[in-house]
Design a protein around this ligand. Structure first.
Ligand code: ACO
Length: 428
């Protein structure tokens, strides 16, 4: 008998089955042969939330949650955050290798020259209510973009696909900035092609009456690093949504709008917004112990704590603490950081959090940095969606090329009523 197989004995029938093991997994479809009788549908695996189900093979991002490791295409996140730029990392994630100088310059040029949106996008965004949440505006506007490009659904045409990927990466900061300007009641500002990706984003956000906006280099770099840290995170909730929608061969704008919708939730990318609101609610370092006790009683969760995959310190959260110090040197120290540090200290010493391996995640400190940089709280999930656009697109592109990926369509265990006859309303 080969070693790389799994023997399963069905005690209902006494029958044994041998299924192949590949990459430490078995194929769920191999379970289907396990039947009590010929009429039996066959065995399935039951896995709510996909806690132990690999949905794909991927070569993009490695998250080793037990050891607190994150790598894009093999490169450790710490090295990329230290030495690379967001657009270089975007190229790496999408193409698998770091770019040559020429390839990098072309890539930056292409992104820079696709940042403008159609004038009708402005009209569309102006139609939102004055207090619309920026993430709602972002999601809807990204979806609307598909209607502006007749080739958006031409997903198996490499040229069209690359162009739409470029468009999306180039335009998401513009849409994000417009959503902020709408919220504030400020006029929309056009992109400035002389600035970097993040410098231009800051310009579109914060430029007022001055002729040219000069981003602070330390803040521009801090934002670039934050974007690198958020660029991809393998098969999380929003990426799975991107792949699921993409598996029906929908255009990338529609799929990305869905992914952004998944990111919006407070258990995912909406957590950074909730962290800030939580820290404000705590209000003072002296209130931290009481707040932690209430979280332990199950009154609420500590936002920015815990992760489905990391059962160790999130490596992004470690790096973000350093970024926070760089930002505070420019902006002054946020009073919320002291509450955050105390919350982390108490939680990491507490048995409840230790036993459950609950560590601060990427969202715990990012919100404090964004606030210090002048971003309003409600735009935080949008600040997550902008860099994650790269990861979503890379994962979508990988899925399209993967011959093993059919349309996503999970099974269910039906526990409802058996067949019964309709009862007229006056007889119920
Ligand atoms: N505060 C208090 N208790 C928590 C927390 C928390 N933040 N997170 C998990 N727990 C507890 C649960 O109550 C549960 O305890 P129990 O075993 O006594 O029932 C245990 O830890 C395991 O929790 P699960 O919900 O099973 O863990 P899961 O992997 O499903 O959830 C999640 C992960 C959603 C991130 C969760 O930790 C959470 O809700 N965190 C707060 C929200 C947050 O910060 N989300 C951002 C995630 S990072 C990102 O998306 C970028």
């Amino acid at each position: 008998m080969a070693n790389d197989t799994l023997t399963i004995k069905d005690n209902r029938t006494g029958k044994e089955y041998e299924v192949p093991i590949e990459n430490d997994t078995i194929k769920a479809m191999d379970l289907r042969q396990i039947k009590v009788n010929d009429a039996d549908f066959g065995m399935m695996s039951y896995d709510p939330g996909f806690k132990n189900t690999a949905n794909t093979k991927s070569t993009i991002t490695l998250v080793d949650g037990g050891n607190g490791i994150l790598r894009y295409r093999g490169y450790p996140i710490e090295q990329l955050a230290e030495s690379s730029t967001f657009l270089e990392v975007a190229y790496l994630i999408l193409n698998g290798e770091l770019p040559s100088k020429d390839a990098y310059e072309k890539w930056v040029y292409d992104i820079t020259h696709h940042t403008i949106v159609h004038e009708n996008i402005k009209d569309l965004m102006s139609a939102f209510r004055y207090d619309a949440h920026p993430m709602g505006m972002f999601i809807s506007t990204v979806a609307a973009l598909s209607t502006f490009y007749s080739d958006s659904g031409d997903i198996f045409n490499e040229e069209a696909r690359d162009l739409n990927i470029t468009r999306l990466i180039a335009k998401v900061p513009t849409i994000a900035a417009f959503s902020y300007r709408h919220l504030m009641g400020f006029p929309y500002k056009l992109p400035d092609n002389n600035l970097s990706y993040t410098g231009n984003f800051l310009s579109m956000m914060f430029k007022m009456a001055e002729l040219r906006y000069e981003p602070n280099p330390a803040l521009e770099r801090a934002l670039d690093v934050l974007f690198i840290l958020h660029a991809d995170h393998e098969q999380n909730c929003s990426t799975t949504t991107m792949r699921t929608i993409g598996s029906s061969q929908a255009d990338p704008y529609s799929a990305l709008a869905g992914a952004a919708g998944a990111l919006y939730g407070p258990l995912h990318g909406g957590a950074n917004e909730k962290v800030l609101r939580m820290l404000r609610e705590i209000g003072d370092v002296k209130n931290v112990p009481d707040y932690v006790e209430r979280a332990k009683k199950g009154e609420f969760r500590l936002m920015g704590f815990g992760h489905r995959v990391y059962k160790n310190y999130d490596p992004r959260a470690k790096f973000i603490k350093k970024v926070a110090e760089d930002v505070f040197e420019v902006t002054g120290r946020s009073p919320l950081i002291d509450i955050a540090v105390e919350l982390e200290r108490i939680a990491l010493e507490d048995d409840y959090f230790v036993e459950r391996k609950l560590y601060p995640n990427v969202d715990f400190y990012s919100g404090i940095i964004y606030e210090a940089m002048g971003f309003p709280v409600s735009i935080f999930p949008v600040l997550f969606a902008v860099p994650r656009t790269v990861g979503w697109l890379a994962q979508w592109q990988e899925m399209l090329a993967d011959k093993e990926q059919p349309i996503a369509r999970p099974r269910q265990v039906y526990l409802g009523e058996g067949e019964r006859d309709y009862v007229a309303m006056d007889k119920r």
